[in-house]
Design a protein around this ligand. Structure first.
Ligand code: AMP
Length: 231
C-alpha cells in the first residue's frame, strides 16, 4: 500500500429486540448478550421500576398499571426510553428488553431510529408455553447489588445466599412476580405484544427461538442469531 488506508466501513450499531411473555428469559438472556457482544441492555421494566423507586412524576403515574400487571401508557414509556437513548453509552448498540410492547411503541421506535439513521437489526421472539411461565416467574429473584438473576429451582446461586456475580448477600424479589399479577401480565402480552411477532416478520427481521430449554442452550441459539448482526 502507499500509506493511504481505506476508511473503515461504516457499520451501524446493532439494535436488537427481545420479544416474549413475562418469564421467557428476556432479562437473563439480554444480560448474557450484553456481556458477550458488548451491547447495552435497555429494559423498560427496569427503567420504570427505577422511576417508581425514585418517586418521579412518570414513576407515580406508572405504578398503578405495573402493580395490576397491565401496560403503562405509551407516552410515559416512550419518554423514559427516549431519555435513556440520549445517553452516550448506547452508541455501541442496544438490546431492547421489554420494549416495544404495543404496535404504537413499535411505530414510535421506527421513527426514533429513522431520525438517527438506524434500523432494527433483529427482533427475536423467545417462544415459551404459558403454563410454565407462572412457575418461572414466581421463583425468580435478583442480586440487590449487581442485578444478577437467579431462580429457586432452575438457577440457585452456587453458594446459597451469595451472588456469583459480585459476592453480594442481599437479594430481592419483584412485587409483581406473584401468580395473580403474572396472569394479568400474560394476558397483556397476548392481547397487546404478541401481534408484534407478525409486525417484525413483515419487516423481514424476525427470528424465533425455542426458549423452553436451559439457559445455556437458549443463549447458544440467540448467539447464532446475533452473530451476523455484530460482525
Ligand atoms: P418487565 O420488567 O418487562 O416485566 O415489566 C414490568 C412492568 O412494567 C410491566 O408489567 C408493565 O406494567 C411495565 N412495562 C415495562 N415495559 C413496558 C412497555 N414497553 N410498555 C408498557 N408497560 C411496560
Amino acid at each position: 500500500m502507499d500509506g493511504i488506508t481505506a476508511p473503515a466501513a461504516q457499520v451501524s450499531p446493532p439494535v436488537v429486540i427481545l420479544l416474549g411473555p413475562p418469564g421467557a428469559g428476556k432479562g437473563t438472556q439480554a444480560r448474557l448478550l450484553e456481556q458477550r457482544f458488548g451491547l447495552v441492555q435497555l429494559s423498560t421494566g427496569d427503567l420504570l421500576r427505577a422511576a417508581v423507586a425514585a418517586g418521579t412524576k412518570a414513576g407515580l403515574a406508572a405504578k398503578a398499571a405495573m402493580d395490576a400487571g397491565g401496560l403503562v401508557s405509551d407516552d410515559i414509556v416512550l419518554a423514559i426510553l427516549r431519555d435513556r437513548l440520549a445517553a452516550p453509552d448506547v452508541a455501541a448498540g442496544v438490546i431492547l428488553d421489554g420494549f416495544p410492547r404495543t404496535t404504537g411503541q413499535a411505530a414510535a421506535l421506527d421513527a426514533v431510529l429513522a431520525k438517527v439513521g438506524l434500523a432494527i437489526s433483529a427482533a427475536i421472539s423467545l417462544d415459551v408455553d404459558d403454563a410454565a411461565m407462572v412457575e418461572r416467574v414466581a421463583g425468580r429473584f435478583t442480586c440487590g447489588d449487581c442485578g444478577e438473576g437467579y431462580h429457586d429451582s432452575f438457577k440457585p446461586p452456587q453458594v446459597a445466599g451469595v451472588c456469583e456475580g459480585c459476592g453480594g448477600t442481599t437479594f430481592k424479589r419483584r412485587a409483581d412476580d406473584n401468580a395473580q399479577t403474572v396472569a394479568a401480565r400474560l394476558r397483556a402480552y397476548h392481547a397487546q405484544t404478541a401481534p408484534l411477532i407478525g409486525y417484525y416478520a413483515d419487516k423481514g427481521v424476525l427470528s424465533r427461538v425455542d426458549a423452553m430449554g436451559d439457559i445455556a442452550d437458549i443463549a447458544r441459539a440467540l448467539g447464532a442469531v446475533m452473530a451476523p448482526q455484530t460482525t
